[in-house]
Design a protein around this ligand. Sequence first.
Ligand code: MG
Length: 110
Amino acid sequence: MDVFVDIDNTICHTNGMDYPNAQPITRNIEKVNQLYEEGHRITYWTARGMKTGINWRPLTEGQLKEWGAKYHELRLDKPPYDVFIDDKTIHTYDWEEGQWIEKFSEPRKS
Ligand SMILES: [Mg+2]
């Protein structure tokens, strides 16, 4: 599967836009790494810099490397939004509670 993963407050704790001091959430990084190892294509997708125009790529790449995050692509073009309504999402909190991509692996009911 093609899996898009948010960064801030999904694989790290980030206070507002204080990206340099983001703290990794190791258990979540390990979950994504497991998907990577299982052959899924991992894209980290973040809105870092989308409002300010600041290029956070070097910092973000360094953090992902330092945190041992495995991925295929890093995209910083996620649009800023307040609410994301979509039929193919799992909220971070549900994911942490154990709900995961099994629901998407099943044949879709129409
Ligand atoms: Mg986030």
